[in-house]
Design a protein around this ligand. Structure first.
Ligand SMILES: Nc1ncnc2c1ncn2[C@@H]1O[C@H](COP(=O)(O)OP(=O)(O)OP(=O)(O)O)[C@@H](O)[C@H]1O
Ligand SMILES: [Mg+2]
Length: 455
């Protein structure tokens, strides 16, 4: 992939020098002597990254930066400032600059920053491609392209058309019901009844009559004959959700249906025969339940003709971008909004969070963020993920390949930023003296002697 850089600087030497240097590195480079010329290039498209001076006569670098972050998110902007003021730098970062460098420029450092920014740009382009794929495949309800979800998908395709019993396992919210739906949809029974029973929601006696039905007068209150779910599902599929919760009495009856396809209604003597495909799901480890004698081993093996294990989201983080975009589209539509994406700090949290509630939690998180967000992008503050989790997971993301010096610079700057530029507080948090902080800021060109002082 050949990238095009746009260099905007009113100093001829700098823009031409940078152009020559980056062309040698194999980039296409466009140069502009002021903000207006730069915006003209940008409006034609095809620019992948902007390097701009901050203070220029007319349209400033700040204006260019604001316009790009607002209208062309995804194009990183690197800001050059000759003034070395922490204020200008912090404000540029707050306005969405990818990074800033102070003049005189350290060319090697600039090259590194450009490389890193373009890596992110490449990912974001791939991301957009995937997004359009999601749109075109909206009939398929199972979103995700990670290798482990592909495996699940392959398994679904293999087993869908057979009659074998399927046991779907995985933590709460991973998408077990989504898998059950997909199996039903891909099976030849797709036009036949698909009956779902939530086993945990019913008491022992209710569950039995719910599954197998009851005769009129079978118990107090049974005023009419009631057909059970197995009868209603005849010819089709039954989905027994939370199968780990069923009691021993129902377990025996269920075993018989699986083995002989026969049962009697509660209070009845007539044997009823059905042809039903059984899919069950649980977030318990049934093997343990068997060991503890809570669950019949023979039933366990009958249910588990094939087991489909849906991995937790934290083990397939590649699925997160697709899921985020998919839910963003969904909730934009539902809420009549047009949010374009997630800010870098929001992404940082979303990608680093562990998602104990899996896809369900992520879905709810996006839904509430869409409702809360007021701008074009979902910000870190719009996310409901708990603060402790945010702190643990977001922190400061130090990229690979960065020098120790740059890492230190990043840590200092990010801490300064989150303390609104207050150096005393920042020094306290970093457990260094205020003088040391000053020296480092000077060394890194982050502040000049005329830099701002608080207190
Ligand atoms: N791969 C996926 N693509 C799109 N949506 C998904 C996916 N996986 C899960 N979801 C959504 O996440 C939510 C939870 O999924 P589901 O109900 O299937 O989870 P579950 O494993 O059955 O959870 P529980 O054990 O709590 O019953 C649903 O709204 C579902 O639509
Ligand atoms: Mg479920």
């Amino acid at each position: 992939m050949k990238f095009t850089l746009l260099v905007i600087d009113d100093e001829k030497n700098i823009r031409e020098g940078l152009a020559a240097d980056f062309e040698m590195d194999g980039y296409d480079v466009k140069i502009a002597a002021n903000g207006d010329e730069g915006l003209e290039f940008l409006s034609k498209g095809d620019i992948d990254l902007v390097i701009t001076d901050l203070r220029m006569p007319g349209t400033s670098g700040e204006d260019v930066l604001k316009k790009v972050t607002r209208e062309m998110p995804g194009i990183p902007v690197i800001v050059l400032t000759g003034h070395g003021s922490i204020d200008a730098a912090v404000s540029a970062m707050q306005n969405g600059a990818y990074d800033f460098l102070t003049k005189p420029l350290n060319l090697e450092h600039l090259e590194l920053v450009v490389k890193r920014a373009l890596k992110g740009r490449e990912l974001s382009l791939q991301h957009q491609e995937l997004l359009s794929e999601v749109k075109s495949k909206s009939s398929d309800n199972m979103i995700g392209k990670s290798p482990s979800l592909q495996k699940v998908n392959n398994l679904i395709n293999k087993v869908a058309d057979s009659k074998i019993s399927i046991l779907i396992t995985g933590e709460s919210g991973v998408g077990k019901e989504v898998v059950a739906d997909a199996i039903q949809q891909k099976s030849s029974r797709r036009d036949k009844p698909f009956i779902k029973v939530h086993c945990a929601a019913l008491s022992e006696s209710l569950l039995e009559s719910e599954l197998f039905g009851h005769e009129k007068g079978a118990f107090t209150g049974a005023e009419t004959l009631h057909k059970g779910k197995f009868e209603l599902a005849d010819g089709g599929t039954i989905f027994l959700d939370e199968i780990g919760e069923i009691n021993p009495g129902v377990q025996v009856k269920l075993l018989r249906v699986l083995q002989e396809k026969k049962f009697e209604r509660v209070g009845g003597e007539k044997t009823i025969e059905v042809d039903v495909r059984v899919i069950s799901a649980t977030n318990k480890t049934l093997e343990d339940e068997v060991k503890q004698k809570h669950f019949r081993e023979d039933l366990y093996f009958r249910l588990k003709g094939i087991e489909i294990m849906v991995p937790p989201l934290r083990e397939r983080k590649d699925d997160i971008p697709l899921l985020l975009n998919n839910f963003l589209l969904k909730y934009n539509k539902e809420n009549n909004k047009n949010i374009k994406g997630f800010s870098n700090s929001a992404k940082n949290i979303l990608f680093n969070y562990d998602w104990p509630g899996n896809v369900r939690e992520l879905q709810h998180c996006v839904e509430s963020a869409v409702v809360m967000a007021s701008g074009d992008e979902i910000q870190a503050e719009d996310l409901t993920i708990k603060l402790e989790d945010k702190k643990n997971s977001s922190g400061i993301l130090v990229p690979y390949g960065i020098s120790l010096e740059d890492a230190e610079k990043m840590i200092i700057l990010e801490n300064l930023e989150s303390n609104n530029g207050n150096k005393t507080k920042t020094a306290d948090i970093l457990k260094i003296g205020r003088k040391t902080l000053h020296r480092k800021l000077n060394e890194y060109g982050l502040v000049t002697s005329s830099g701002p002082e608080e207190e």
